[in-house]
Design a protein. Sequence first.
Length: 314
Amino acid sequence: MFQHTFSSLPMEFHVAAVQVATVWTNPESAREIDNLGTNNPTDIDGWLSSLSYQEKLAFCDENRIQTQLLYGESVLVTEVKGGWAKVLIPSQPSKKNKEGYPGWIPLKQLKKVSREEWFQAVFAAVKEKHAWIENEAGEKFVEISYMTCLPVLNHEGDRVLVKTPEGSGYLHREAVELFQVELGAEKGNGTQIIEAGKQFLDLDYIWGGMSSFGYDCSGFAYAMHKANGYQIPRDATDQADYGVEIPEDQLLPGDLLFFAYQEGKGKLHHVGLYYGDGKMLHSPQTGKGIEITVIKGTKYERELCIARRYWERS
């Protein structure tokens, strides 16, 4: 829940209107087998569970997916073509575009809003793995991801009234953390980043994943930092360029570890969170789940190329 600055957005912009909106490389990237992920509403669990290992591997190997958006996350639409919107994501910093991460989303998964109606002083961030938005009668209508952030209209009692792309809805008070949008949440330390990540052990890796339905390596690092008040770049190659460089003998839990081919001298390909005691917490690759692994004696020991710290010591 890092600081949000809506003043940088135009008077009208778009937000994701589905539980998770996948951002594709181009409109031709999505296949017929991806319909559960490109429709509105989406069924992210159903979509991912229906795909084979090879079909998931194609997200990366065939350069199909770039990243993902959470429900209510803001985008700038720069072009519309055949039912698809070319977008920039200001909340996901990237060297690909200084205005935000680029890609394509089905237009039906976006909702146009005004800055005046969407901006509220207080936002609610989902702090559980998943949470359901309910109507006034308590009927569930959309299941959303950890770290989904929505504007708060009222927060009295045991439910929080939030603004959604479809109007308004309720979240249970214990499922969210409230924060002042212009200040962000109180910043955590490295140990708290690790504690946030441990709840997702065994969650399947998904290339481009940015939600608790499935993270990729850098998406996992991004989300755990977000949960502790830090905005970091979206991709591992960008994450490795910023923060404070940390010598290997001074690593602390929550530091980011980066790995490159050719025993650390080639192309960077992976990022994980230093867990402590010579271990790493990370989302490894397609076909595997988030795990804690020992670094010594593995390929990770040979490929470690740099470590960075984004969290602040108190």
